[in-house]
Design a protein around this ligand. Structure first.
Ligand SMILES: [Zn+2]
Length: 305
């Protein structure tokens, strides 16, 4: 009796263990993102109103180069906000890097909200020289503030905002249906209209052990042109350099799951930018801030032409 019970318990434990691992191992099928990855990031987060205060404080401290941009409101009437960092000489700006976080509200990493300060105050001053070369940086720590404050993946309607972007595989469906995605795309479109080039776009997520995801979100194997693959590889090598345990690199269907309508594909398809999504490590990504800052310093140093 006891033996039978122990055997059953053992089987259940093995089953539970394999289910938990499934969230982190590659899927071989055309898997649509679902409940298996609805994990919290394991990081305690401040209220969104405190995130706004942090952005405003940085603007106060560095008024010449930092502006808080309020580009619209969410469904739940929270302000959609980001930090624009650029040279005080307005005519100089010719390029942009975009860094986004928490488009899935429950995936706060405590990295994107500290990157601006970290890069500005880092002794290597790579950000300063990027700005002097015409670079600008738009950092949006929380793309989905309603989901963030409610600790949920989707927005207030429960919609997954990282399936709402136009791009290959999603061209003929209705996209940009939500203010959180629409208003961000409009703001960027206007900003980039002014002969400004999008260098790189980088979307932070959690959690799949430091994975680096490449376009396309819905195609197995790398699908970029040879030139773009080489361009992308440069930044992948940097990650391998700055992280003791760099994660797996590949397209989402190759290493995680298939997804259409992601930022990853949108930036690459619409603006020909270098585009990545990063899947942070559960619980301890905040400890890796210095690694991210070093990685970003080298990333920014490459945009010269
Ligand atoms: Zn995510």
């Amino acid at each position: 009796m006891v033996d039978n019970f122990m055997k059953k318990l053992f089987k259940v434990l093995i089953l539970l263990n394999s289910l938990s691992l499934m969230a982190f191992v590659p899927f071989s099928g055309n898997y649509v993102d679902g409940s298996l990855l609805k994990s919290e990031s394991g990081v305690t987060r401040p209220a969104y109103s405190d995130q706004i205060l942090v952005m405003e404080e940085l603007q106060k401290k560095y008024p010449k180069i930092v502006s808080v941009i309020h580009y619209g409101d969410s469904i739940g009437a929270r302000k959609l906000m980001g930090l624009l960092i650029k040279s005080p000489a307005p005519l100089l700006t010719s390029r942009l890097s975009v860094i986004t976080g928490a488009i899935h509200g429950n995936e706060y990493l405590n990295i994107v909200d500290r990157l601006a300060k970290g890069l500005i105050e880092h002794k290597s001053k790579q950000l300063d020289s990027y700005l002097a070369r015409g670079g600008s940086l738009f950092i949006i720590p929380v793309v989905n503030p309603d989901g963030y404050d409610r600790s949920q993946r989707g927005n207030m309607r429960g919609a997954d905002l990282n399936r709402d972007w136009p791009g290959p595989g999603k061209k003929y469906r209705r996209t940009l249906k939500h203010p959180e995605t629409k208003l961000l795309s409009v703001w960027l479109e206007n900003y980039l209209e002014d002969n400004i080039k999008l260098d790189i776009a980088f979307d932070y997520h959690c959690c799949a052990d430091g994975m680096l995801l490449l376009p396309w979100g819905w195609k197995r194997k790398r699908y970029m042109s040879e030139v773009d693959q080489l361009r992308s590889r440069k930044y992948e090598i940097m990650m391998e350099k700055y992280f003791d345990k760099p994660g797996v690199i590949g397209t989402p269907p190759d290493i995680l799951y298939s997804a259409r309508g992601t930022t990853l594909d949108y930036w690459y398809d619409k603006y020909k930018a270098v585009s990545f999504a990063y899947e942070g490590r559960f619980g301890f990504e905040p400890e890796l801030l210095e690694n991210h800052i070093s990685w970003w310093n080298e990333i920014l140093s490459t945009f010269k032409e």
